[in-house]
Design a protein around this ligand. Structure first.
Ligand code: PLP
Length: 368
């Protein structure tokens, strides 16, 4: 998809990698188990509409988003597949959800009572809080009341029931087992089993195939990222990374020993040095705390020097390069690779947060 870029900074998103990760996962699933593609938060920064369409092309039938706005965006882009909003939706969204056939999450009796006045067809999945402590039914009596309430509303259709694991990305643990048990216990209160019972995020889907039930919710690993460093050693198939981050050198100069670089003049050249300027900064997601991160030029790691500015940063080169020299901040260049996981380590966070922190100012380019 050619796109005119004046600033040569962009994210490359490999949709084939996403499709391949989905297909590899699908091959592990029983034939009747559906794969719900989780495209919340702009598809973890990769671009919600493009990722949703790519996922639908390889047999995904349901998309999950976190908010009403995210669901509306997909509908406005012409996506007609089932969409499940997995977060809380206010009652004011219910008429729109009904009209646009968006499935909502019912997570408490209070929420159900808040939509009492409504009378148009609405699909819901019931969320059980089996040990995440976020949203969902915890109490058996409350769930029984809710199921009785739903029975009196013929316009309400329960098409699914689900829960979410807090510790599926670690080695088998007691908390996970308790969640499985709690969920089964809540499920036994249903007189009729809803069509789609689902529990697994990427971590559980990859690690506990027996838990894959009627559907899985596939998020981070669809984008080629392991849910945790621990799980990356136990993946049933290799994941293909979808995201890479690129820019080009826009300025190169030789500075004399003792010259300082950037705000605060905190970096000083220890000898005569080649310094290049890159058109990317913290407003793009290259956070100031990444100042110790390296970037790739000519297949080699080179350091960022000085403080990262809002829109630019400086790197130190061994030798001069021409203006327009390609720079990889995340991704492969020749034999070297910098991963989202490496940035996560540098920033003492998780890869999920890295994917989500690239601003709208970074164009996403898609290779198909
Ligand atoms: C975000 C989310 C997912 C996806 O989790 P991954 O770890 O990215 O696979 C699944 N279910 C719920 C309820 C979520 O909020």
């Amino acid at each position: 998809m050619p796109q005119m870029l004046y600033r040569p900074t962009f994210m490359q998103v490999n949709l084939q990698a996403i499709q391949s990760n989905i297909q590899q996962m699908q091959q592990m699933l029983p034939v009747n188990t559906e794969l719900i593609a989780v495209v919340k938060a702009n598809a973890y920064g990769h671009g919600d509409i493009e990722v949703a369409k790519a996922a639908l092309q390889v047999g995904v039938t349901i998309l999950a988003v976190a908010t009403p706005e995210e669901a509306i965006r997909l509908r406005e882009a012409g996506v007609s597949a089932d969409i499940l909003v997995i977060g809380a939706s206010p009652a004011s969204f219910v008429p729109v959800a009904s009209e646009q056939k968006i499935t909502l999450t019912a997570y408490s009796l209070e929420w159900l009572q808040s939509i009492n006045q409504f009378d148009q067809p609405l699909k819901i999945h019931i969320k059980i809080d089996s040990g995440m402590g976020r949203i969902g039914f915890v109490d058996e009596d409350e769930l029984k009341h809710a199921l009785a309430f739903i029975k009196t509303k013929e316009w309400l259709e329960v098409t699914g029931v689900f829960t979410h694991f807090a510790t599926a990305d670690e080695a088998l643990n007691k908390h996970y087992e308790e969640q499985v048990e709690n969920f089964q216990c809540m499920l036994s209160l249903f007189h009729e089993k809803p069509r789609i019972v689902h529990t697994s995020n990427s971590a559980a889907a990859l690690q506990y195939p027996e838990q894959n039930l009627d559907a899985i919710r596939f998020g981070i690993s669809m984008y080629g990222v392991a849910p945790s460093p621990w799980l990356s050693d136990y993946l049933p198939f290799p994941l293909e990374k979808a995201l890479s981050l690129h820019t080009e050198v826009v300025h190169v100069k030789k500075v004399k020993k003792g010259t300082s670089i950037g705000y605060g003049a905190v970096y000083t050249a220890e000898e005569d040095e080649w310094i290049a300027t890159l058109p990317i900064g913290y407003a793009d997601g290259l956070l100031r705390k990444l100042h110790k991160q390296t970037v790739l030029v000519k297949g080699k790691r080179v350091p960022i020097v000085g403080k990262i500015c809002m829109d630019q940063c400086m790197i130190r080169l061994e030798e001069p390069v021409p203006i327009g020299e390609k720079v990889v901040l995340i991704g492969k260049q020749e034999a070297e690779e910098i991963t989202v996981e490496e940035w996560a380590k540098t920033l003492e966070t998780i890869p999920y947060e890295i994917c989500c922190m690239f601003s709208n100012r970074i164009p996403r380019l898609y290779s198909e």
